[in-house]
Design a protein around this ligand. Structure first.
Ligand code: SAH
Ligand code: SF4
Ligand code: F3S
Length: 440
């Protein structure tokens, strides 16, 4: 028997990259690779990268620099760059870091076995195509290894929306939805391997329009209702949604599908209509607020989450105030805010930029408001009973950690539960990042 080769994968960016990294590891498993959690003993290092902001992309080059010594000691070590930086920069990566052997984009990583073989022959391998063939179909053989209780499942990829700041339409390509039957097969397989909660993934997951079982297009809500019938699957989530694709049936499902969890990530980016227009978002602050009203009418306790960009080109103090007003009006359970980062090749990169110190100041003010809201909502959970899916043991002996329906992290001391159990928990205290509870 040959000894397995070791594969070290480091993942950056969004959940879609987390999912892709799992699939890459499985594909290379067929080439005799086993995963390792340190680069030191690896035969192959793969960085699955993110290009969304400048810092994310630059991080990759400093990480690569760190592997120079390893490569010098072990010339057989192969170094690969996958993901959105690979797609955006292609061969440029090998020019900047000649020790990189392999560059593969997010739409062509099913070809990793061929690319890896090429590097073993001493050649460089580069593939940033958007191939015709279905990547997921080519990747379908999954080893039947046991899984943890939660899993991601990509149902839709790419984006046709072209927000003026965003690289995703260029790095991930046009919007494509997977057929429902394949998603359902994958979900059943995950459940057989121990999964109890599935998060459906897509850059615009609610624009899902894959072929249904009879060939006609399915909506995300139809897919969710089919998943609802999968025995053993207890919780369904999806991310990330666009406000313009929030269909009536999806809103309704939040009120009527008991497996669909009361949490919705719905990025809005800004509260100023002038800026939203310049961002090419094709919705207004008002239409977003009306939409949330409808969602809350269907599911009053839903926890809202969102994304914001501050310091977008030409954003004034008045525009920023409109963003603060929108945040006040929504009351977010979670929200992620970013300082605008210029991305080469996107329309907004050419426009007059906001003074960086001003943008920093706005980011701090927005984050202070968001933190206050988050904390108030967490405090309001104290005394309430929530269902928790236990995912791992906690830091202290006997402690177990999991997530509530609302996605709050919850810790329970002396918990007589197993990983994968769902149990009612009474919340007794709220911290900054998690809640503490007692089993009922
Ligand atoms: N597909 C999702 C998320 C895209 S990326 C959506 O449409 O909502 C995740 C978040 O990163 C975005 O919501 C946005 O807030 C932020 N982001 C994207 N491009 C950015 C940029 N150039 N500068 C700063 N933040 C950015
Ligand atoms: Fe980027 Fe906009 Fe597409 Fe989201 S909707 S991925 S922010 S272009
Ligand atoms: Fe980053 Fe690509 Fe995801 S740019 S956010 S890893 S789609």
């Amino acid at each position: 028997m040959t000894t397995p080769k070791k594969l070290f994968i480091k993942t950056y960016g969004c959940q879609m990259n987390v999912y892709d990294s799992e699939r890459m590891a499985e594909t290379l498993g067929g080439q005799g690779y086993e995963q390792t959690d340190t680069p030191d003993d690896a035969d192959m290092i793969l960085l699955n990268t993110c290009h969304i902001r400048e810092k994310a992309a630059e991080k990759i080059y400093s990480e690569l620099g760190r592997y120079r010594g390893l490569k010098a000691d072990k010339p057989d070590l192969k170094i690969g760059v996958a993901g959105c930086v690979a797609q955006a920069e292609g061969a440029e990566i090998m020019r900047r870091q000649p020790m990189v052997d392999l560059v593969v984009g997010p739409q062509s990583y099913h070809r990793l076995p061929e690319l890896e073989a090429k590097t073993r022959q001493g050649d460089k391998a580069l593939d940033t195509d958007f191939p015709e063939e279905d990547k997921f179909e080519r990747l379908k053989s999954r080893p039947k290894a046991k899984r943890g209780p939660t899993a991601f499942l990509t149902v839709q990829e790419g984006c046709d929306k072209f927000c003026a700041f965003c690289v995703v339409p260029y790095t991930r390509g046009a919007e494509v939805s997977r057929p429902a039957t394949r998603i359902l097969d994958e979900a059943r397989d995950l459940v057989e391997r121990g999964v109890r909660e599935i998060t459906l993934l897509g850059q615009n997951v609610n624009a899902y329009h894959g072929a249904g079982p009879d060939g006609a297009d399915y909506t995300l809500a139809q897919l969710i209702w089919d998943l609802d019938k999968v025995d053993g699957l207890e919780r369904i989530r999806f991310t990330t949604s666009h406000p313009n694709d929030m269909g009536d049936d999806l809103i309704e499902a939040h009120g009527t599908c008991s497996k669909l969890m009361p949490y919705l990530h719905l990025p809005v980016q800004s509260g100023s209509d002038r800026i939203l227009k310049r961002m090419n978002r094709s919705h207004t602050a008002e239409s977003y607020l009306r939409l949330i009203e409808r969602i809350r009418a269907a599911r009053p306790d839903i926890l809202m989450s969102g994304d914001f960009i501050v310091g977008f080109p030409e954003e004034t103090e008045a525009d920023f105030q409109a963003t603060l007003d929108l945040v006040e009006a929504v009351n977010y359970g979670y929200a992620y805010s970013f300082k605008y980062s210029t991305r080469p090749g996107t329309p907004a990169a050419e426009r007059p930029q906001v003074d960086p110190a001003e943008a920093d100041d706005r980011l701090q003010r927005l984050q202070a408001l968001i933190t206050r809201q988050q904390r108030a909502i967490q405090d309001s959970m104290v005394g309430r009973t929530v269902n928790v899916l236990f995912e791992k043991s906690g830091r202290l002996p006997g402690q177990m950690g999991g997530k509530s329906d609302y996605l709050h992290a919850v810790h329970v001391d002396n918990a007589q539960v197993n990983i994968g159990d769902i149990a009612p928990v009474r919340i007794v205290a709220a911290g900054t990042n998690s809640l503490t509870g007692e089993l009922l």
